[in-house]
Design a protein around this ligand. Sequence first.
Ligand SMILES: [Zn+2]
Length: 490
Amino acid sequence: MLSWKRTGFSILCAVALCGWGQGPLRAQIRQGPPPMGLPDNQPLVGDTSALAREAQDWLVELVKINTTNPPGNEQAAAKYIAGVLTKEGITPELLDVTPGRSAVVARLRSTAVPDPSRALLLVAHMDVVGVDRNKWAVDPFGGVIKDGYLYGRGSIDDKSMVAANLAAFIALKRGNAHLNRDVIFLATADEEQFGEASLKILIAKYWDKLAAGYAINEGGKVVMKNGKVQYVGLQLAEKVSMNISVTATGKGGHSSVPSKQNPVTHLADAVGKIGDYSAPVHLTSIVRRYFEGLSAIEDDETGKWMRVIDAPDRGEHAQRVLSDMNPMWNSMMRDTIAPTILQAGVRANVIPSEAKAVLNVRLLPGDTITLLLSDLNKLVNDPSVKLDVMPDAGFAAPNSSMESDFYTLLTKVCAKEFGGAPVLPFLSTGATDSAQLRLHNVQAYGLRPFPITEEDDARVHGDDERLSLTSFAKGVDLTVRIVAEFSITH
Ligand SMILES: [Zn+2]
């Protein structure tokens, strides 16, 4: 928390303009000497609990708007958000991408002429993945609150961040804050499919409305274990998704006279070999730093392996132990290949002449598919099986910096808010909109600000997705503090 700088020009006072003392942001007096007797360490942000309760209502309403992608239908959610902003005296803009699918953007200005390189973008996506309704204990679009949790698709991914960003943005407006940079609120569509209504298209059509030097997005995590925050992972990079098709061709015919050229068995052999394969370990600088930081808080045995992960003598063994211990750690250290689709045959008594599979590959930043493909071809070693890279590759982007002033601030505020828990650079195994932003020179940081247990994290994209309301309030508080510290002159 920054203390006041008594410049006599722009200081903070303990009175918020919103309701004179009730709002979370302390307003500024821009002239005159500082009032006497105010404490030096007066925090920039006050109590955010009332704001978090408002934001909880927004989140409930957003969960009730079914934005399952496909088809998405994010325009309904965009209109709801636009209504919330309008009530605050902010002018939102709906950015139409395709019919029924819009993003919503709004800006708080610092100066008449914007400086995009300084601007802070608060981005989150409105679309959600589908549900298997039979497996849910509650209506996934009912906005059900039970036992201190909000249940619903999107309650974590990513409507919670939409609501928290909205709260931080509105707090700035209510506090009539004197901004040192433009702050842009953006709720996007089509993040889950990266399709025709996604941020890529939005950037192509509307970049002047979104351009920023810094961004907060999903992709990071605040890990809860045994009732306390174990660590905060700030996402600076992500793996790149690609697909490979595997096609086995052979001799079709009557199943009563099978031959060695049955493509089903050739495909099964190939997929089996690939499924057992582990690509070589490649420790990126982010992952090294991540394990280094984590080693201090893990149990002795795990911490010991993390500390020697790069050692010439024991490194290889340590990498194996850690890979076996946690599939996410395994995926952070190497390219992974997961067979996901198998297709062969139409009748039980007909041998097909072709059998197909799809492999989903997640490449580490900097790795190339050509090298991996060549390794896989050597491994399969079967002339009747062909591997082809499919044209739907994800986006490879540069890492966000560990040296930026925003990263330093994020680290500081997160550590303070979570009782000194370590804040670690993080490589996410999944993809987010941040790759698009990084490709446009935005220092984008993945921060999902809500403390979440591993058990609840596993419900994201699964059944009974839920977010603890206490965690939500904490995440709102953290977001408000980060945004205020970075964007208010003090
Ligand atoms: Zn998401």
